[in-house]
Design a protein around this ligand. Structure first.
Ligand code: FUB
Length: 348
């Protein structure tokens, strides 16, 4: 395994000293960290990146992950435990490949793992449609047992489940390009649809989705709605506005009664936030949380623990390869007006 503090990765990325934060683990590659506090302890549900001969493409075929492993730690800065395999694609009856960014939730003694994967259909590229599955366990570390079918009416990827103060859970999901959200623009899947976006730069951008979950935490209570991001002018952000429009990696948290909708801008590599007064939005664009990391993707989660707010994110410090990432954590600072201080992951 590669030491987190080595001066210079073998294949020529930035030296360790150039990064604001160091990888949380270096014995496996991890990305898309969804952190939660269960029983006072921090659990991270990341993607488990693996080597593949598949070259980088716009569909993200190089992200060929096959299983999940959960990380845990008592507090930020404490020892990080890497759990055993918590769910393997071979044990998910409906899934063919690509176990992408997961999330987790807890209710009434059961832990729920939400995960996207391609189903067994074939699109114009010979690849399955992304669906979202759910698996359960009595332990936050798993192993998790998957339902036989994906969540009915689920589509696209990057699920993030937020539970409001009244106990109602909402799933935020979706991503354009390889995440296929653009193929669902009419409400029905088009297997021959665009591999990127709708190519309508002067029209409102595609929105990520939000849907209320049923109390069973395994099914949707309604049809998914658009989580609309509004610009400062009160109008929806446009498709051509690549520094502000939604790409993937939804994450929602609540602070001082406001709902923070946070997401990645994909090809411009920012983590952004927008603020609303309802879990359904609309959310008013408020700025960047994180400037671009080393590596193409950026994907995160935000939690409060020990009286501080923490941003979990990932970059490619250990490998300098887009598909072999490592998760990190850094403190997030709010201004008195509720705005977030933008973080630069690279030291100046
Ligand atoms: O890790 C695979 C995909 O890349 C995730 O689902 C996206 O959010 C991006 O990080």
């Amino acid at each position: 395994s590669k030491a987190a503090n080595e001066a210079q990765p073998a294949n020529g990325g930035a030296p360790a000293s150039a990064f604001r934060d160091q990888p949380l683990v270096n014995e496996i590659y991890t990305a898309d960290p969804s952190a939660h506090v269960f029983d006072g302890k921090i659990y991270i549900y990341p993607s488990h990146d693996i080597e593949t001969p598949t070259p980088d493409d716009d569909l993200g075929n190089q992200y060929a992950m096959r299983d999940y492993r959960v990380l845990s730690m008592d507090k930020v800065g404490g020892k990080v435990t890497v759990g055993p395999v918590a769910l393997d694609v071979k044990d998910v009856p409906w899934a063919s490949q690509q176990m992408w960014a997961p999330d987790a939730a807890y209710k009434d003694g059961t832990y729920y793992l939400y995960f996207p994967a391609r189903d067994k259909s074939k699109d114009k590229n010979g690849l399955g449609a992304f669906r979202i599955g759910v698996a359960t366990s009595k332990s936050p570390m798993g192993p998790f047992v998957a339902e036989k079918d994906p969540i009915p009416d689920s589509f696209s990827m990057d699920p993030a489940v937020f539970t409001d103060d009244d106990g109602t859970a909402y799933m935020y999901f979706g991503g354009i390009w390889g995440g296929q959200l653009q193929r669902w623009a009419t409400g029905k899947y088009d297997p021959n649809g665009s591999d990127t976006d709708l190519m309508k730069d002067d029209q409102p951008a595609l929105s990520g989705k939000v849907v209320k979950m049923n109390p069973d935490m395994k099914t949707f209570a309604e049809s998914p709605r658009d989580a609309v991001i509004l610009g400062e002018d009160g109008k929806p952000v446009l498709g051509g506005d690549h520094e502000r429009r939604f790409f993937e990696a939804s994450w929602v948290f609540k602070k001082d009664g406001k709902y923070y909708y946070t997401y990645s801008t994909g090809d411009t590599h920012f983590l952004n936030y927008a603020i609303g007064t309802s879990p359904y939005g609309p959310f008013k664009y408020a700025g960047h949380i994180l400037k671009p990391v080393q590596g193409w993707t950026t994907h995160h989660s935000i939690i409060q623990h020990d009286g501080k707010w923490w941003l979990f994110y990932a970059d490619t410090q250990l490998s300098n390869k887009n598909h072999l990432r490592n998760v990190k954590v850094t403190e997030l600072t709010f201004n008195p007006d509720g705005s977030i201080q933008t973080i630069d992951p690279m030291k100046a």
